[in-house]
Design a protein around this ligand. Structure first.
Ligand code: PLP
Length: 839
């Protein structure tokens, strides 16, 4: 086994890896580096440097210190033959980089000291000016970022592959209670964390037609003649591991035109046509689709997917050649993980590259493809399962469609042998959906080709086998597996929660972030009153910090000693923010009626973006804004209830939110949330969960103990039973005050008297209630009361909070990555030596 290689402060760096001046790890070295960058990189003087100048200078100085490790990692990989993980994802929600890289290098104190010497703003202020690249919608993109971080921290050779969207997820503002979308211009101030390699650009084709020709051996071959091409230019974001030399990368492709413009058209005087293709090419990486977990079937989306997948596979084949390895050995050098079906065109593209470009036989190419690709399923929701109409698909990727037909024909023949005469089975498993408009089912393509298909939590993986793909599971029982998601304890605990990080350092040793299993050692301290007090002080500090953010954003003043009850995530009906909002209205009515027995002062905090075209989700935001405005202004409240909606929820804000929670709302309809990762970040930071038996909640409850989790709601099976004969209006009378609450909402009490505004929301709940809010509401209210009761006993609450953190180590992305490495990828850690001894 290889040993890990911590980077001690002041590690000697061989001269061949760069200027020692740029690698020094003392405050002094960093100060010198910043001064040099202020002058030479930014063209400014230290006197009068703005906060942004200092941010840029510090970032460049820190980047210098990554470069040595980044190049050493690359050198070692190029020279060697180790299998490398290629993590394909349409989204990487990486969050701010400066603070994280300082943490990874162990230079936070040094950076603060260097800034002190400049005499201007402090480190927190400087960190605060960083624009985060919003290259993802939510959980799926954030998962990809956590996984790359763990890959680097565990010293696995890896590369993320994705798209460098010029405009990421929109910035959200709240105006008159409504969500307003603002273009995300994350590149406007210059973003210092990417390295551009124009010389490694690759060309990708689109459209056109396919023809046959005879090769030198007289064999008939197929050749794709695309109608046009775009160039992908790689932009690499270095991903340094925690206190190790391994510095992996996320390679993001930017699309540019193959020619700057059509010279012929230009000479003809048709200037508009001359630049048309350039504009069309660059549109490919222009903007992220802002839908979380729904598929719109848009042509540009398929173009984006093919673009980044083709660039990435060509890049991987190029590095294979650099290693001097034959194309036949592809699967020994690379293992590809598909983060959902978005990159599943990789199956057809790899086949095309191997068969058409490298002239391998079909069977050999198929063996390589299936040995190298694995697929992670992220959803059971039918609206999220990608399908492309055959007409659209064939016009954009004619050769890929042929290849998919061939894969399907061979696969269906296999199925025929397995189950002779079962025509219905063939129809169900076919990659091509045949009823009505023919369409390519991307999840089927990925499942047929992948050597492993995994769900993202135990319950979800079970449902993938029993509900989503029972036929495939019967064909290939060994193919299906589970890898429960995880989150990185570096960003989500060590970086986001400085008070707790300090306490953990004193209790578990400074290197706890690399050994998260040590959190278990907190268990015996859970009942220690001295430790409980220190624990509570950490939480209070985080709550004060969040209270400051809320005050600044919305002028709502909240009491940091009240119970912070938080639900932050994308706004979705299945996530049921409106169930939480309804519960808040009921608590408010109890206060109005003087029935406050058992209530404790609560601050209910919401945050999250709605897809711009998802009308009901936007109405839910409007509803939360409405109840916040009304309840916060009602003097009857007497401090028992406050409501806040945090605008523009993103990673940066998440770093403020998760550490400040007492209660984590994880209340999706059972069976609909594949895993969730927000739930893990909350538990790791000592929040207690109120939740359904859904996604990873099930495992969180098992890990932290049933006494330290507020469970409610119908199970997946019970929901399935309810579904056949559900009459939501019959549930209304079962909840005291609910009739009155719904009437108040409909009559405009929370909308300044507007009796129309929320009617569709109320109708939706009482009429159809597709997400079973009313069926779960009675039990939810009981659980909320249980939470209040425990809160009233501070020592009991602190104990449960400590136990939540102590028992959440399982949800580290380090654990998840080790499982993928062993069970799916077959890769080993490869510490980076940098040509010098590290002990
Ligand atoms: C973790 C995270 C999510 C995912 O939250 P869920 O509660 O799992 O849906 C979404 N957005 C951001 C910014 C996150 O950090």
């Amino acid at each position: 086994m290889v040993s890990s290689s911590p980077v001690p402060h002041g590690i000697p760096v061989p001269a061949s890896y760069g200027d020692p001046q740029r690698n020094g790890l003392t405050a002094n070295d960093l100060f010198d580096g910043m001064a040099e960058h202020l002058f030479y990189t930014l063209g400014t003087r230290a006197e009068g440097a703005s906060v942004h100048d200092l941010y840029m200078a510090l970032s460049h100085a820190v980047r210098d210190r990554l470069m040595t490790r980044h190049l050493a990692t690359k050198d070692q990989l190029r020279a060697g033959s180790a299998k490398v993980v290629a993590y394909f994802s349409a989204e990487f929600l990486i969050g701010p980089q400066l603070g994280n890289n300082l943490l990874m290098l162990g230079m936070q104190a040094e950076a603060a000291e260097a800034l002190r010497r400049f005499g201007g703003p402090g480190l927190d202020q400087v960190l605060d000016v960083e624009e985060e690249p919003g290259l993802g919608n939510g959980g799926l993109g954030r998962l990809a970022a956590c996984y790359l971080e763990s890959l680097a921290s565990l010293e696995f050779p890896a590369s993320g592959y994705g798209i460098r969207y010029e405009f990421g997820i929109f910035d959200q503002a709240i105006r008159d209670g409504w969500q307003v979308e603002i273009t995300d211009k994350w590149l406007k101030g210059g973003w210092p964390w990417e390295l551009v390699y124009p010389a490694q650009s690759v060309s990708v084709g689109f459209g056109g037609h396919v023809e046959s020709y005879g090769d030198e051996q007289g064999a008939e071959r197929r050749r794709w003649l695309p109608a046009h091409r775009a160039l992908g230019v790689p932009h690499d974001v270095p991903v340094l591991g925690y206190r190790v030399n391994s510095c992996d990368r996320i390679r993001l492709w930017r699309a540019v035109a193959a020619e700057s413009f059509d010279v012929h058209a230009f000479n003809e005087g048709d200037f508009q046509r001359a630049v048309q293709e350039k504009v069309a090419s660059e549109t490919l990486s222009k903007v992220l689709y802002p839908n979380d977990g729904t598929d719109q079937g848009k042509r540009l989306r398929l173009e984006q997917q093919h673009f980044f997948v083709s660039c990435s596979l060509q890049d991987m084949l190029r590095t294979l050649a650099l290693r001097g390895a034959p194309v036949q050995s592809f699967a020994e050098h690379w293992t590809v993980q598909l983060n959902d079906t978005h990159p599943s065109i990789a199956v057809a593209e790899l086949m095309r590259l191997l068969v058409d470009e490298h002239r391998l036989g079909w069977d050999e190419a198929w063996t390589i493809t299936t040995a190298s690709i694995a697929y992670t399923n992220h959803t059971l929701l039918p609206e999220a399962l990608e399908r492309w109409e055959v007409g659209l698909f064939g016009s954009l990727l004619p050769r890929h469609l042929e290849i998919i037909y061939e894969i399907n024909a061979r696969f269906l023949q296999q199925v025929r042998l397995h189950a002779p005469g079962d025509l219905d089975l063939l129809r169900r498993v076919s990659i091509i959906h045949e009823d009505g408009t023919k369409a390519v089912r991307m999840a089927h393509l990925a499942t047929v080709a992948a050597h492993h298909v995994n769900g993202v939590a135990a319950l979800h993986s079970q449902l993938v086998k029993t509900d989503l793909f029972p036929d495939f599971a019967a064909l290939w029982p060994g193919k299906f597996t589970n890898v429960t998601n995880g989150v990185t304890p570096r960003r989500w605990l060590a970086l986001a929660n400085p008070p707790l990080a300090r306490l953990l350092g004193e209790t578990l040793g400074d290197d706890w972030p690399a050994h998260i299993e040590r959190l278990r050692q907190l268990e015996p301290l859970a009942t220690d009153s001295g430790f409980q007090q220190r624990w509570a002080a950490c939480k209070l500090a985080c709550k004060r910090r969040l209270a400051g953010v809320i005050a600044e954003q919305s002028q709502v003043l909240v009491d940091p000693t009240s119970l912070f009850d938080i639900q932050v995530k994308r706004i979705h009906e299945y996530k049921r923010q409106h169930l939480n909002a309804l519960q808040v209205v009921l608590q408010y009515l109890r206060i109005k009626h003087g029935e406050t027995e058992g209530m404790v002062p609560r601050t209910v905090i919401f945050g999250g973006k709605a897809a711009p075209g998802y009308w009901m989700a936007k109405l839910i935001i409007r509803f939360i804004s409405g109840i916040a405005e009304t309840i916060n202004a009602d003097p009857d409240n007497r401090g028992l209830l406050r409501v806040a909606f945090l605008a523009d929820y993103n990673v940066k804000l998440g770093e403020r939110v998760y550490p400040a929670a007492d209660l984590s709302e994880q209340i999706s309809t059972a069976g609909l949330e594949a895993s969730g990762t927000g739930n893990m970040k909350f538990a790791l930071n000592g929040a207690l969960t109120i939740g359904t038996l859904d996604g990873a909640n099930v495992e969180i409850r098992q890990q932290v103990g049933t006494d330290n989790f507020f469970l409610f709601g119908h199970t997946t099976e019970q929901i399935a039973e309810l579904r056949s004969d559900y009459r939501p209006w019959e549930w209304v009378e079962k909840v005291p005050l609910l009739r009155e609450a719904l009437d108040l909402i409909e009559r405009g009490h929370f909308s300044n008297g507007d009796g129309e505004l929320f009617r569709p929301l109320v109708q939706n709940i009482v009429g159809r209630d597709s997400y079973f809010l009313l069926a779960d509401l009675p039990d939810y209210l009981v659980s909320q009361n249980d939470a209040s009761r425990l809160w009233a006993d501070p020592s009991a609450w602190q104990r449960a909070s400590i136990l939540n953190t102590a028992r959440s180590g399982y949800f580290s992305s380090d654990r998840a990555i080790r499982e993928y490495a062993e069970r799916v990828w077959g890769v080993e850690p490869l510490p980076v030596a940098m040509g010098c001894e590290v002990s």
